[in-house]
Design a binder for this molecule. Structure first.
Ligand SMILES: [Zn+2]
Length: 279
């Protein structure tokens, strides 16, 4: 019971307070309350505004970050492309040879004119240089030249090449550059052919042979106003696995062409006049 009465008292007190408040609520105090209400409404509005501002700012930031994300993505893609192009540029790197496009030493040993290896037919304007390998491991440039010349004795085979590059880098010329040779099938009429010796079955050239092929090819390109794009493999004409090493190793072929271009960029240099004139 005591508890109840205590509660009752406190209720009474509260009601007195509320009555008091009620009295005060009339008149000026009432206006004050309204102001308070308005204030609190304003506050609420402001809060709402703040919230909406926050939201809008948040959305704005989201837009920004979206744009930043896209920009970062684009930059990322560009970076990857740059790296890839750098890699492909690296693939086009030369092997660092110190070779220019001046005329190499050439041993001119023209074949006898004959229907099997030197028909004496005038070539069309030269538009390319075709690289071959002998497919006869260990054979020398001289042996290959002599084989071509021996075909006139009726072996039935028709084959030859304008140039043969030997195992020691020696260059033998078999057919004048203004005549066709029998080397590159449907491209015989407008290309110069270079037959290259190799020591073994892999078809890989010795360093000396390689340097000479680069130099001779660059010299011929310079002579006919061509660049390395005009240098092709027998494979590119007929699909034959020739020159084997450059067909089976595309990277080595790319480096070879880059080496030819680098030699062309160096130009003919101060070519000391090297004895025999080639034909
Ligand atoms: Zn070939």
């Amino acid at each position: 019971m005591e508890q109840e009465s205590t509660e009752h008292k406190s209720t009474e007190l509260r009601s007195t307070e509320s009555t008091g408040t009620g009295l005060r609520n009339t008149g000026l105090k009432d206006t004050g309350q309204k102001k308070k209400n308005r204030k609190s409404k304003r506050k609420t509005k402001r809060k709402k505004k703040k919230i909406s501002r926050k939201i809008s700012v948040h959305i704005h930031l989201d837009g920004k970050s979206l744009l930043l994300g896209i920009a970062a993505g684009v930059l990322g893609v560009l970076l990857v492309m740059a790296v890839l192009s750098r890699c492909s540029a690296e693939e086009e790197k030369t092997s660092g040879l110190d070779v220019d496009a001046s005329e190499p030493d050439i041993s001119v040993q023209l074949l006898d004119i004959n229907e099997y290896s030197r028909p004496g037919t005038e070539a069309d304007p030269i538009t390319g240089v075709v690289i071959h390998y002998t497919a006869n491991p260990g054979s020398t440039a001289q042996q290959n030249r002599d084989y071509f010349n021996g075909l006139q004795d009726g072996h039935g085979t028709s084959v030859s090449s304008h140039f043969v590059v030997g195992l020691d880098g020696e260059v033998v010329q078999c057919v004048p550059t203004w005549e066709i040779a029998y080397a590159s099938n449907e491209r015989n009429h407008d290309t110069i052919s270079i037959e290259c010796c190799h020591p073994d079955e892999t078809g890989k050239f010795t360093d000396a042979t390689y340097v000479s092929i680069v130099k001779l090819t660059a010299f011929l390109c310079a002579k006919y106003g061509l660049n390395a794009d005009a240098v092709i493999r027998h494979y590119d004409v007929t699909g034959k696995n020739c020159p084997k090493y450059f067909v089976e190793n595309e990277e080595a072929w790319a480096v070879f062409k880059a080496d030819v271009n680098a030699a062309l960029e160096k130009g003919a240099g101060d070519s000391e006049n090297k004895g025999e004139e080639h034909e």
